[in-house]
Design a protein around this ligand. Sequence first.
Ligand SMILES: [Zn+2]
Length: 208
Amino acid sequence: MGRLVPNCEYERAGHESKNEFNKKATINMTGRKILLVVDVQRDFIDGSLAVPGAEAIIPEINGIKNGADLVYFTLDWHPKDHCSFKANGGQWPEHCVHYTLGASLADGLLDGLEEAKTRFILKGQNKEREEYGALAAVTASNQSLFLAGDEVTVCGIASEFCVLETLKNVFRLSQEVGFNVNVFLKGTVGFDSTPLLEWMAGNGVKEY
Ligand SMILES: [Zn+2]
């Protein structure tokens, strides 16, 4: 069963100095490989907002995760009265309500991963605001996740919404901090992948 409550390492990290955080994060400080897994949560796999074929990306992600120095998981993490839900005037069925089974990470993703290598990044917590991108702001806290020279690989669900918007966020951070970004397409799924592929082509972002 997936973990219902993410650890809050990332939240705490926001209050530490960048050096302290990075020292703890990994021994390898240069050219770190970071895998950023966007919203691979039960509701998007076989729950209330399932994306067809989403299950197939789990073994793909499992296949490369141990080659990463760090694995960051974003989680859509909504209050029950979130504005994106149909009942509240939004366009989506209720999904990823915080602390529910539907919001938990897909089974198996954490298997074999050292806890010290993983971070959780929560998004969509403000009930007034839709938040597809997990790292929308260039904040000290967001910048502290990445170092110059890192190689960041983005994957997850859904390609044309949260993956694309998070990729745009990370791309912007990459220009601020100085690291490389690519996309693991085999570990990414959506209703329509065209917008993601077009954006990658237009911005010179390569496939992992
Ligand atoms: Zn959502």
